[in-house]
Design a binder for this molecule. Sequence first.
Ligand code: CTP
Length: 379
Amino acid sequence: MRGRKIIIGVTGGIACYKAVSLISALRQQNFQVQVVMTENAARFVTPVTFRAISRQPVCVEEFAAGGEPVPHIGLVEDAALFVVAPTTANTIAKLANGLADNVLTASFLAARCPKIIVPSMNTAMWENSLTQENLQKLQKHGVAIIEPDSGYLACGVSGAGRYPDNKIILQKIQETLGFTAKLRGKKIIITGGGTREPLDPVRVLTNNSSGQMGLALQAAAEKAGADVVYINAAALDVSGLKAKIAAEFAGADALIMAAAVSDYRAAQVSPRKIKSAPKKLTIELTKTEDLLKYFAGQKKKQYLVGFALESEDLLKNAEQKLREKNLDLIAANDISALGGVEATVILLDKNGAAETLEKLPKVQIAERIIERIATAFCA
Ligand code: CTP
């Protein structure tokens, strides 16, 4: 789940129980959350609570992480974002000076990903010029700061220093990760990878699809706020893939068939392993069902996207597939794209408009396809 791992650092302020609902909201949005706590934070809310809510072991003590000698390095390596919520004045001072005296401060220093802090403290501590100077220093070093709210504080006075609404923190997280709301509320089914048709109990008929495009589309659709159902075709034969799509199709707003679906299957699957004794073996193949055609027949509101992989007459063949399969959009790519990180793709829509995406990383092609779907929903 690279790109969806968020480290939540929790420091020992009275507001640290509010981090529990922040983590719960992140989990509901399909983020993987790793909690790192200071020992003081663990006095306010036990690591057990955070473990249950994040569904991950929690890091509290530098040397108690069970056999991992430098846990802070491994923790942050694949993180997309580091958020410290709440952040006490004490931790702010440590972070501003590059201290690494506990697992939270050490992993913050070791993290290369974007960082956000959520200061929460007594008004006098917040307004103290030392705290403000530390915050300015952190800001200068690229750390984003979410300003505290004003209101009634646990110490009995009213003033600045209150932990802000988690909605504001969630919004900042989305924004920092480049997430938008273009497809919020839309359910998108994405298939990826190559299907596997059995020949006998051990052998399968499959293809060279790497599955990269499907995963890139999944990431792009999630970034656009869609409710994504990703179906990995690599674990399925064509009828299995059809059943999985069918289970989701009625409630879906779009289906993107990036899966390389086998055009043929064995006419008869051998119940026993085919012996390798004969010099020549003939296997009769029969055509599989065209899934896009089938779902085009079931379509109500769904926007259908197909892919065409061609070795010649790219545009002509893609146009024909668009029409025959009754698609809204087809992404036509040359066979040279197979397995590579980059591809040249022509996006052809049912109105006849063609858009060429010249030698772009698949991640950017996926983002453009998702943008096209979002635009179509607005029309
Ligand atoms: N596809 C499908 N069901 C199949 C075969 C393909 O839904 N049985 C989908 C693929 O997921 C892809 C699109 O149809 O989005 C085009 O697949 P492709 O194999 O390139 O086209 P075919 O129509 O099978 O034509 P050909 O192999 O002859 O080029």
